[in-house]
Design a protein around this ligand. Structure first.
Ligand code: 13P
Length: 252
């Protein structure tokens, strides 16, 4: 089973149109030479333009969220089918900011995951413990619950379109990344769960939480870290490019 790195940039609620346009162009140029999967995950309003811009390049486009219903009276929501039709290859499910600020439970995350898979996209399902949970010694227990909730509902055939992002909540946007050893411990644990659920598929496990060009190489050197879900550092094409280059080096 081959190990293909994925480096995805989650822009969150950032960039105005001109910045978004120039960031897409910048990422296309820094991703060009690299032999890794690269995705940008801009806000919804930029998806059509981003998809048009990346055509013919190695960069894919993803969405940050979706609704689990196919269509209907859900004002303000966007379905997975719409995102796929717009040209998205990836959609995130269960980002901790969605869990924390928008009350997304494991149950909702599962529904979204299935909708994303059903629409033919790859889901990047996010898991991770809070600082309190880690300090109480419950990091692995929390991650196990979150991963189990997701993988127990996925059909065997669909695992080829699944990536898991381990994003410890305490490391997101804090500048305090997990150490490579801390991340590896949890990734290895997640790998065990995934190998039992889908023995024939190598499901990429991405690390997220204060990834920068300064720590990417060390993180990617870990045997069970297959890439990164990058927040703040994905908003600068040159920094994001150096993270992509680190993944390229680790995979070759
Ligand atoms: P930061 O890289 O800004 O810590 O964000 C990580 C994240 O939440 C990516 O989804």
């Amino acid at each position: 089973m081959s190990r293909t790195f994925l480096v995805a940039g989650n822009w969150k609620m950032n960039t105005l149109p001109e910045e978004a346009e120039s960031l897409v162009r910048g990422v296309i140029s820094v991703a060009e030479a690299a032999n890794v999967n690269v995705a940008i995950i801009p806000p919804f309003v930029y998806l059509f333009d981003a998809v048009r811009s990346v055509q013919g390049s190695s960069v894919a486009v993803g969405a940050q969220n979706c609704h689990y219903e196919k269509k209907g009276a859900f004002t303000g929501e966007i379905s997975a089918e719409m995102l796929a039709a717009a040209g998205c290859r990836y959609t995130l499910a269960g980002h901790s900011e969605r869990r924390l600020y928008f009350g997304e439970s494991d149950e909702i995350v599962v529904k979204k995951t299935l909708a994303i898979l059903d629409a033919g996209m790859t889901v990047i399902a996010c898991v991770g413990e809070t600082l309190n949970e880690r300090q109480a010694g419950n990091a692995l227990k929390v991650v196990e619950r979150q991963v189990d909730a997701i993988v127990s509902k996925i059909d065997k055939d669909a695992f080829a379109n699944v990536a898991i992002a381990y994003e410890p909540v305490w490391a997101i946007g804090t500048g305090l990344a997990a150490t490579p050893e801390q991340a590896q411990e949890v990734h290895k644990f997640i790998r065990t769960i995934l190998t039992t659920a889908a023995p024939d598929t190598h499901i990429p496990i991405l690390y997220g939480g204060s990834v920068t060009d300064a720590n990417a190489t060390e993180l990617f050197a870990q045997p069970d870290i297959d890439g990164a879900l990058v927040g703040g550092a994905s908003l600068k094409a040159d920094v994001f490019g150096r993270i992509i280059a680190a993944a390229d080096k680790a995979s070759s």
